[in-house]
Design a protein around this ligand. Structure first.
Ligand SMILES: Nc1nc2c(ncn2[C@@H]2O[C@H](COP(=O)(O)OP(=O)(O)OP(=O)(O)O)[C@@H](O)[C@H]2O)c(=O)[nH]1
Ligand SMILES: [Mg+2]
Length: 449
């Protein structure tokens, strides 16, 4: 497996970035800006940029012949070690480009995988990255062997036999299936853990990488999760307690950032990490309103939510970095297009009170504060409530149990049965201090993840 790893790793390498704008793609002012950010996040030193507009990719080398020559000159002129394409390359295109330029060629997906592999800290994210890397490499094994044979035996010598390749392929396939099994187990456990906390409202921060999710989590919950001006600073979910004015404590989770054209395999491998977002009662979609590409980024996030099957969830769009916005017109366009959006600055604290009010209001619209009365012998109703509701108090009298709780509107229906009385709770919802909490949610649990 070492040989596969050798393919990755661009830290402290000199790189040339290449972007091809195909017909029908939206025009970008600075087409290689994001790729530059990604390369820098991976620790590379960008020494050259090259762009081309084409109707469609050249099947042989993605670039046209003239551009390819230009690239080859640029590589030798800058003494670059690696070329990184913004576009996804086929194994054959990569091979041909490597032959022409004489250096390693990576595409955007490989670069993202490289960043993820250096950032992954927990067992779960390490396994997820390894799985995504291997799945990506499998169809490219041949190319890797071409590399190796060139290194070990010199150009033009015979490469390893098909037999060796077959053995390798089988090893990789076996490892992939082991990793899938391990991740499945983690996912199932995570699913159980997260749903065990269902009695507490959960809000999840999602959004484009570098939008300010971690900064917002810190600002709202007074914590110190790492926030950095770097793409993919966060890979693992962190959950913190947020005392939401007018509502009480909720759990707020930070998640891995999204990016346009996020490799599908990577999303799939990160399913367990994104479980928080899948089960959240509300999503806060954080966008960087100061970024000229913010509209594209918002759409890219919708695409990923769609892929995760959670695009239907209650979502509040949060227009962050209001303090940095120079283009008032852009902000105006955003506010017109998304009337429900809340403008904030996680940095200065501007708008955080409005955000809290919007969250509290959305939660109130979707949850009912009720008293449920039923027979003490009715263990089923009690179990249902402790699974699905946020329970504030429980009282017994005359063989009847009365539970005061907050429950999603949609989950009230199964309670409409004989012997169970549901009435709206009158008066104040108790605040955090007098609320009875299930034992696994006592105050010592700050970092639930
Ligand atoms: N000026 C300004 N900077 C902000 C604001 N919010 C976040 N930032 C900065 O933006 C950068 C990225 O912030 P993070 O909170 O790490 O972003 P993230 O969404 O968690 O990013 P990933 O974890 O990489 O996906 C950091 O340098 C923050 O200091 C804001 O409201 N105003
Ligand atoms: Mg972050």
């Amino acid at each position: 497996m070492k040989d596969l790893e050798r393919q990755q790793g661009v830290a402290s390498e000199q790189v040339v970035l290449v972007g091809v704008q195909l017909a029908g793609q939206p025009h970008e002012e600075e087409p290689l800006e994001e790729l530059t950010g990604l390369a820098e996040a991976a620790g590379a030193d960008v020494v050259g940029l090259l762009t081309q507009k084409r109707e469609k990719p050249d099947p042989h080398s993605y670039l046209g012949r003239g551009k390819l020559e230009q690239l080859t000159h640029m590589v030798s002129g800058t003494e670059a070690d690696i070329v990184i394409f913004d576009n996804d390359l086929s194994p054959a295109q990569t091979r041909n480009l490597e032959q022409a330029t004489g250096v390693k060629v990576l595409d955007r997906t490989e670069l993202i995988l490289d960043i993820f592999s250096t950032r992954a800290q927990t067992l779960e994210s390490r396994l997820a990255v390894e799985l995504a890397q291997l799945e990506y490499s499998l169809p490219r094994l041949k190319r890797m062997w071409t590399h190796l044979s060139r290194m070990k035996m010199g150009v033009g010598m015979r490469g390893p036999g098909e037999k060796q390749l077959e053995t390798d392929r089988r090893l990789v396939e076996k490892r992939i299936s082991d990793l899938r099994g391990d991740l499945d187990k983690i996912h199932q456990r995570r699913e159980r853990e997260v749903s065990a906390r269902n009695d507490r409202m959960t809000v999840s921060l999602v959004g484009y990488t570098n939008a300010g999710k971690s900064t917002l989590l810190n600002a709202l919950t007074d914590s110190t999760v790492m926030a950095k001006d770097q793409l993919f600073a966060t890979l693992d979910t962190r959950t913190r307690r947020w005392r939401l004015p007018g509502w009480g404590p909720v759990l707020l989770s930070d998640t891995v950032g999204f990016i346009k054209n996020l490799p599908h395999k990577l999303i799939a491998s990160f399913k367990a990490t994104l479980e928080e977002a899948r089960q959240a009662n509300l999503l806060l979609h954080v966008a960087d309103a100061s970024n000229p590409a913010v509209l594209d980024q918002i759409h890219a996030v919708y695409d990923v939510l769609l892929e995760l099957g959670i695009e239907q969830k209650n979502t509040i769009l949060v227009l962050n970095k209001a303090d940095l916005v120079e283009d008032a017109h852009q902000l105006h366009v955003l506010e017109e297009r998304y009337p429900g959006a809340v403008k904030i600055s996680a940095h200065t604290g501007e708008g955080l009170d409005r955000l809290a009010a919007a969250v509290s209001e959305t939660l109130s619209e979707n949850f009912l504060d009720v008293e449920v009365e039923f027979d003490v012998a009715d263990g089923g109703t009690l179990a249902y409530l402790s699974r699905n509701a946020e329970v504030f108090s429980r009282a017994y009298s005359n063989e009847r149990t009365t539970v005061h709780c907050r429950i999603p509107r949609a989950l009230l229906r199964p309670l409409e049965r004989e012997g169970v009385i549901v009435r709206e709770h009158e008066g104040e919802t108790p605040d955090a201090e007098i609320r009875s909490l299930p034992s696994q949610l006592d105050d010592s649990i700050d970092d639930v993840a």
